[in-house]
Design a protein around this ligand. Structure first.
Ligand code: RET
Length: 275
């Protein structure tokens, strides 16, 4: 029947839905992103400067390491200027027991620019370590592919809407990470001994430093992006410290050691340089 003006509009809803809760960047996070951008630019300049008097044939680590901080500069510029970010919304439960379980949506700011950065820089960091340890192309390639799968899994996890999507991808990422450690740290520990005591000692310290640092990333991800237990600014601060240690500090350590330890040289054949 045709509705008339006397029709009731229906029952008045007894539960008013809670509006989405937003978790987003604040002043501290914003400033931190700009500071890290500046540090990455300075490091890139410094690494390029360090390679000035080095013959091309001995510049492979310099080139790789400078590319790592250049890539980080670009991604930090994007994030600091407000790009490379989106909101990931997930259903959140209402924790008050006496209120019916209405649930609401929780939207957290995610910087997907990080994953683009990591997809480029973590393979390059592994390449530095693999060349240092004298790991063959086959194992290096497997490590790099496992690493890219790890980072892309993290990206998919961060965009997931259901717990299955988010934690499923996270688990896939963690398994890939185990492959990376296996191919680079364990395999490298065997191959590096052929390069003598000095390189073995350097590789052991650098690989330990790397994998302790890298393991912090999935832990931070689980607490911040997975469980939403920290603010977006705290997450930015923690990743900032980790990124500075994993890129500029790692780079300084590697390039200064390479300068004083001739056995770190890699023979990559005539394609890289003619002498
Ligand atoms: C994710 C989530 C999925 C599971 C794992 C992760 C590991 C990330 C790592 C990142 C390293 C980044 C570095 C950046 C350089 O500055 C993607 C967080 C295992 C290991 C070293």
């Amino acid at each position: 029947a045709k509705p008339t003006h006397t029709d009731s509009p229906g029952p008045i809803p007894t539960v008013i839905p809670t509006p989405p809760q937003f978790q987003e960047i604040g002043e501290t996070g914003h400033r931190t992103l700009w500071v890290v951008f500046a540090l990455m630019v300075l490091s890139s300049g410094f690494f390029a400067f360090m390679s000035w008097n080095i013959p091309i044939s001995k510049r492979l680590y310099h080139v790789i390491t400078t590319l790592i901080t250049i890539t980080a500069s670009l991604s930090y510029f994007a994030m600091a200027s407000g790009h490379a970010t989106s909101f990931s919304c997930t259903p959140a439960k209402d924790h008050h027991k006496h209120v019916p379980d209405v649930g609401y949506t929780e939207c957290r700011q995610v910087f997907w620019g990080r994953y683009v950065d990591w997809a480029i820089t973590t393979p390059l960091l592994l390449l530095d370590l693999s060349l240092l340890a004298g790991i063959d192309g086959a194992h290096t390639l497997m490590a790099v592919i496992a690493d890219v799968i790890m980072v892309l899994s993290g990206l998919f996890a961060s965009q997931g809407e259901t717990a299955t999507q988010r934690w499923g991808w996270y688990a896939i990422g963690c398994v890939s990470y185990l492959f990376v450690i296996w191919h680079v740290a364990l395999h490298g520990a065997r191959t590096v001994t052929a390069k003598g005591r000095g390189v073995t000692r350097l590789f052991s310290s650098l690989a330990l430093f790397t994998f302790v640092l890298w393991t912090a990333y999935p832990i931070v991800w689980g607490i911040a992006d997975g469980a939403h237990r920290t603010t977006v600014d705290t997450e930015i601060l923690i990743y900032a410290v980790l990124d500075i240690l994993a890129k500029p500090v790692f780079g300084l350590w590697l390039l200064f050691s390479h300068r004083s330890l001739a056995e770190t040289n890699v023979d990559v054949g005539g394609w890289w340089s003619h002498g």
